[in-house]
Design a protein around this ligand. Sequence first.
Ligand SMILES: Nc1ncnc2c1ncn2[C@@H]1O[C@H](COP(=O)(O)OP(=O)(O)OP(=O)(O)O)[C@@H](O)[C@H]1O
Length: 344
Amino acid sequence: MTDPLLRLDAVTVRFGARAALDAVSLDAAAHEIVCVLGPSGSGKSTLLRAVAGLQQLDGGRVLLDGADQDGVPAHRRGVGLMFQDHQLFPQRDVGGNVAFGPRMHKMPRDARDRRTAELLDLVGLPGASARPVATLSGGEQQRVALARALAPEPRLLMLDEPLGQLDRSLRERLVVELRRLFGTLGTTVLAVTHDQGEAFALADRVVVMRDGRIERSGTPLEVWQKPGSAFVARFLGFDNITAATVNGAVADTAWGTLPVPAGTPEGEHQLLVRPSGVRLGPPGGGLRCEVVSRTFRGGHVGVLLRPERGPDLEAECVLRETPEEGAVVGAGFAAEDVVVLDRE
Ligand SMILES: Nc1ncnc2c1ncn2[C@@H]1O[C@H](COP(=O)(O)OP(=O)(O)OP(=O)(O)O)[C@@H](O)[C@H]1O
């Protein structure tokens, strides 16, 4: 087997008594887009800094193309970094910013100009080379920062909250463009973000961190379908979580008896019920609930329910079928949207 492009092998970084990274092991294959996701303070930036060579390790190894990077300074690792505040050089024009890396690498002027023009095309700013940085919008600055990070052709591109400061609609558009761009260029990417929507849209593989450790790793679909722990489920925005005793095809919970998917192991578990699996009907059938609030979410409406027993429940409804606030409804549960969580 060939070496992965990036390998972290039991990497530990401590600040005082606290481990910001606690024996983290992680591989990224060439051309893979890996997004590290996690709450504030979970160690995401420390992980990027460790790979970049900006953070001393207290244990473990970082390997690039199979070579241990111990003692290799940041500028010799061949990795590109784009940080949240994407600081462009304000006194240089767009072209001067993008060509900065290649000039440092002594690339001849012709080739530099060609590369700059190509990259500006790729990021959707054709012909912008002579524009002063101060005349760019936030989204345009982000694109220039990206072109600058790509210009030296890094073997690994690392992004720290790449779209952090942009508004939601621009982020949603840019994230699709970024994925396409990285696919075209074959760039290997390690990105960190606390925005799960961004990570799921961008990544081939999502890694969720918790207190300096990797809690869950998989394709976006795998992690979405099987969060594994209550922590990951909550982080993904799922709140319908309850303790349950599984017995055959059903489970006893605070909300009453719920169906569970075939093959669910017997015994005590935590269960997640996806909002799409909470089906609303007339109050006579199922668990009696009052509608507390409704939140419009584009394609559907999130409905918060106060059941006659058990914690609040969230349901997902199509607009036409959404009950009024204050209405009393009966909630049923669909087995295919009930997921077993194996830990807190
Ligand atoms: N230079 C430092 N000195 C002391 N503690 C630090 C230092 N850098 C990070 N930490 C601590 O290490 C832990 C991980 O921080 P890190 O910045 O990696 O988290 P993060 O997941 O990137 O958070 P955020 O999303 O807020 O940027 C935190 O508890 C943080 O306070």
